[in-house]
Design a protein around this ligand. Structure first.
Ligand SMILES: Cc1ncc(COP(=O)(O)O)c(C=O)c1O
Length: 359
């Protein structure tokens, strides 16, 4: 196991922690965090320490040039004896692919896994045990070289924090087809999980809410024709009983939930198409009754069915199955695996070692 040092106040922080009243997604913070710094071309000793503010020089490059990446993943302890994390090695690979796109050092697998496993192990007793609840894990890497020089940083911090949480959202949602603004572009950083992509979505997200929608559906930036993804989720539609999802184009995020749903659907004999999906053709399929359901998926919410797609002028295209049918079955199966109720045939769950418990 990777050597980690333990802050002297760690046990106190864990024993004095009282669980929050509200588990609204991402609000509560677990009492421990993990940190390893990178300088002189090397990773330094990692430390597990009490959660708290960090001190930064005002000139660090992350604050000026946005050199930053993150991941989002979940640890569960619903029907399991020991906490289990869903497909963490996939998150690690995506983290490093984001790091490479943002010209940052890769985080070794042992360091990434140590971060999420120590934080989860120390927080084992505060992982909420209800169905839909989990310990949301947030690994992140950011540039800490104190310099205004516009160039790649030569110092970084890798950290992991966590949040005992409910699911991100539930129910079915109405989604605005975003025909005006775009978020990413081919050759850009849309397939990297970097903060700027999210900041770039907030304006449209607020506009969508003001127009009475829950989320934005992004289209390709060149022609405003092909569906890409939502701001934090990937997109699927059921057309003539088969699943369709936009093929990976490099300009949106390769979702791990997307990949998992495709695998589960194919395992059940469903036909899955990964292809360019023109939004107007989809609207025509909805209106002709061929597209009966549509949904989005991601780690935070797992899967959310659509009540309707719609336009900025208020025109709505309601779905025949607003609660989802195929989507609802896939979600139950996926949650069943994550929560330890359904056999994990594809070996997705990673059990946190006993050794990562406090004291
Ligand atoms: C932009 C974006 N697309 C898609 C997803 C879904 O990815 P995943 O299923 O790995 O959570 C996310 C969430 O991380 C996201 O931020």
């Amino acid at each position: 196991m990777l050597p980690v040092s333990f802050h002297p106040d760690l046990q106190k922080a864990v024993s004095e922690y009282s669980p929050p009243e509200s588990l609204r997604f991402g609000d509560a913070k677990a009492p421990v965090m993990f940190r390893a710094d990178y300088c002189n071309g090397q990773w330094q000793q990692a430390e597990l320490l009490p959660y708290g503010p960090i001190s930064l020089d005002p000139s660090v490059k992350v604050l000026h040039y946005g050199q930053e990446i993150f991941e989002g993943m979940k640890a569960y302890r619903v029907c399991q004896e020991r906490p289990q994390i869903f497909r963490p090695h996939k998150n690690w690979r995506r983290f490093n692919s984001s790091a490479s796109r943002m010209h940052m050092p890769e985080v070794p697998e042992a360091l990434f896994m140590a971060g999420i496993e120590w934080v989860t192990g120390y927080c084992e007793h505060m992982i909420p045990p209800g169905s839909g609840q989990s310990l949301y894990l947030r690994p992140f890497l950011f540039a800490t070289e104190p310099s205004l020089h516009v160039s790649r940083s030569d110092q970084y911090s890798f950290m992991v924090i966590a949040s005992p949480s409910e699911g991100f959202q539930s129910g079915s949602i109405e989604v605005l087809i975003e025909r005006e603004y775009t978020r990413t572009a081919p050759g850009g950083v849309g397939s990297a999980k970097t903060g700027g992509n999210y900041a770039a979505s907030f304006y449209s997200g607020e506009r969508a809410r003001q127009l009475g929608y829950d989320q934005t559906l992004w289209l390709d930036p060149r022609q405003h024709t092909y569906i890409e993804e939502l701001s934090v989720m990937n997109f699927f539609a059921v057309i003539d009983g088969e699943l369709h999802t936009p093929e990976l184009s490099g300009s949106f995020l390769e979702g791990i939930t997307r990949d998992s749903l495709i695998a589960l659907a194919r395992q059940q004999g469903l036909v899955v198409h990964e292809r360019p999906m023109a939004v107007d053709a989809l609207v025509a399929d909805i209106q002709a009754g061929r597209c009966t359901e549509a949904f989005c998926c991601g780690t935070a919410a797992i899967l959310l069915p659509f009540k309707a797609l719609g336009e900025a002028d208020g025109t709505r295209y309601p779905l025949a199955h607003p609660q989802g049918h195929i989507g609802a079955q896939l979600k139950q199966q996926m949650l069943g695996i994550q929560e330890g109720r359904v056999e994990d045939q594809l070996d997705w769950m990673v059990t946190v070692p006993e050794a990562c418990r406090p004291g």
